[in-house]
Ligand binder design. Sequence first.
Ligand code: ZN
Length: 262
Amino acid sequence: MPEGHTIHRIARDHRKFFSGERIAFSSPQGRFVEGAKKIHRRPLQNVDAYGKHLFYEFSSRRYLHIHLGLYGKFKTRRLPLPAPRGAIRLRAVGERHGFDLRGPNQCELIDGKQYRAITDRLGPDPLRDDADRNRAWERISKSRTPIGGLLLNQAVISGIGNVYRAELLFETKIDPRRKGCDITQPEFEQLWKLMLRWLPLGVRTNRIITADAKQLGKTPATLLQSERLLIYKKNNCLDCGAPVIRAALANRTIYYCKRCQH
Ligand SMILES: [Zn+2]
């Protein structure tokens, strides 16, 4: 599933490509024909991301809400787009660019009230200027759920997925099974600080990078794929060499080092 940085990157690109344009929308697959008609050629005012949710804002507080889920995918390119093939839920054709959206978990039109209902349910998003990290700390510090589960809960913090979760806990030396209420405030501050550093880098480079490129004598762009992460899907711990533990936590596989993380 894409993590928050991917969604923010799409928002950034689509804002740049389509803002102010009157986009031609269609639903080649047929499952969003009525919705596409309602926003067809309406000026697009803004594109914004909140956690893993995307919002395209049109006039009179009408929003196109998209959540990619596990299988959703955007393909954005310069015009002309090829003839539609397969299950394209939504096709957008702007002045110079267009996109095809396939397999989203959600693709719906909503009003301002529904927009607020969705965003009110989400925890602070470290990629947003309006993020209030105290809301996340309050939830975590009162919870008996393992921190590895809390980091994936979008109502606690929004935008973190399975890769960042493992990397954040490895870098801060926290055992993913530790309860939220046993996380200290300095540890939480350290986690948040890392998110503020890693997520914007993810948006910029369009990939998850947690390794210190400088230390490897490289730049983020020249890191090999095998060098970008610290623990996710690794066999041995980078710090102590012990075998990396793989375990299910909150229905996803977590990777951690028993020796280094407590
Ligand atoms: Zn280790």
